[in-house]
Design a protein around this ligand. Structure first.
Ligand code: XBP
Length: 255
C-alpha cells in the first residue's frame, strides 16, 4: 500500500496557538463585553479537554457559572461571543503573532513536491485555517491544502472520528494510504477511531498525555538545523521529519 496523503490537525500541530492565540482571543472577547471572565493558562489547559471553541465556552458557562448568572439563551450567547473571539483571533493571526511550528512549512512543501495530497482535519473553523496559512505563507497559503475538513462541517467533533472520515472521503483515499499529524491524546483517538496512523508533535499543554497507539511521538517535526527529539517510537536515526522518513514508517507499518 502506497502513502498518498498527509492529514494535519491544526491547533497545536501546525501552530502552537492555543495558549497565546485562541486563549487570548477568548479573553479579549470577554473583556470587550464587560465580562469579568479570564481564562488563565492553567484554566484554559483544563478547558482544552472540550474540543470546539463554542462547545468549550458552553461547557464553561454551564459548569462554572451559577444558574442565575447564565445568559437566558446560552446557545445564542455562545455563538455571538464566539464570533467576537474569532475576530480577535483573526487579528492576532494577521498581526503575524502566530508562526507555524518548526518543520511544518518545509514538510508541507516537500510533501507537495513529492506528489502527496495534503489535508486538514481540525475542530477549528475553515476560516481560521485559511487565515493561519495566509498569515504565514502569503496569499498562496490560503489554498495550500487539497482538502480542508474542519469545524461545523461535521456533527461530532474530536475525539469522534467524523472530521477524519470526512477528510478521507474528500481525498478519496483509504486510511492505510494516509498519515496523520496530531498534538493531543483526544486528537490521536479521533484519528485512530477513523483507522488512521498518526505522528504526534507535543506542546506544553499535551506533553504529559498518553499517546499509546501513535507511530512516533516527537517534540516537533524538526529542521536540519533544529533536530527533533524522539519521545516515543523509532525514527531510525532521522533528525527531522521528511517524506523519506514518512514513507519508511508507512512501509514498515504495512509490511
Ligand atoms: C482545536 C480546537 C479548536 C480550537 C479553537 O482544534 O479544539 O476548537 O481550540 O478554535 P484542532 P475554534 O482540531 O485543530 O486541534 O474556537 O474555532 O473552535
Amino acid at each position: 500500500m502506497e502513502l498518498k496523503a498527509l492529514i494535519f490537525d491544526v491547533d497545536g500541530t501546525l501552530a502552537d496557538n492555543e495558549r497565546d492565540g485562541h486563549r487570548v482571543a477568548f479573553n479579549k472577547a470577554f473583556a470587550a463585553r464587560g465580562l469579568d471572565w479570564h481564562w488563565d493558562v492553567a484554566t484554559y489547559g483544563r478547558l482544552l479537554e472540550v474540543f470546539g471553541g463554542k462547545e468549550r465556552l458552553k461547557h464553561y458557562i454551564e459548569n462554572t457559572l451559577p444558574a442565575d448568572q447564565r445568559p437566558d439563551d446560552v446557545d445564542a450567547f455562545v455563538r455571538a461571543v464566539h464570533r467576537d473571539k474569532t475576530r480577535h483571533y483573526t487579528e492576532l493571526l494577521e498581526a503575524g503573532t502566530i508562526p507555524l511550528r518548526p518543520g511544518v512549512e518545509r514538510l508541507l512543501r516537500e510533501a507537495r513536491a513529492a506528489g502527496l495530497a495534503l489535508a486538514v482535519a481540525s475542530t477549528t473553523t475553515p476560516q481560521n485555517v485559511a487565515t493561519l496559512m495566509r498569515a504565514n505563507l502569503g496569499a498562496a497559503g490560503e489554498d495550500f491544502f487539497d482538502v480542508v475538513s474542519a469545524g461545523d462541517m461535521v456533527d461530532h467533533k474530536k475525539p469522534a472520528p467524523d472530521v477524519y472520515q470526512r477528510a478521507l472521503a474528500e481525498l478519496g483515499l483509504s486510511p492505510g494510504e494516509c498519515l496523520v499529524f496530531e498534538d493531543t491524546q483526544l486528537g490521536l483517538a479521533s484519528a485512530r477511531n477513523a483507522g488512521l496512523d498518526a505522528i504526534i508533535t507535543v506542546n506544553d499543554y499535551t506533553r504529559d498525555e498518553d499517546f499509546n497507539g501513535a507511530l512516533l511521538v516527537l517534540d516537533h517535526l524538526g529542521e536540519p538545523d533544529q533536530p527533533f527529539t524522539v519521545l516515543s517510537g523509532d525514527a531510525g536515526g532521522a533528525r527531522w521529519v521528511d517524506v523519506d522518513l514518512l514513507r519508511g514508517l508507512h512501509a514498515a507499518r504495512h509490511a
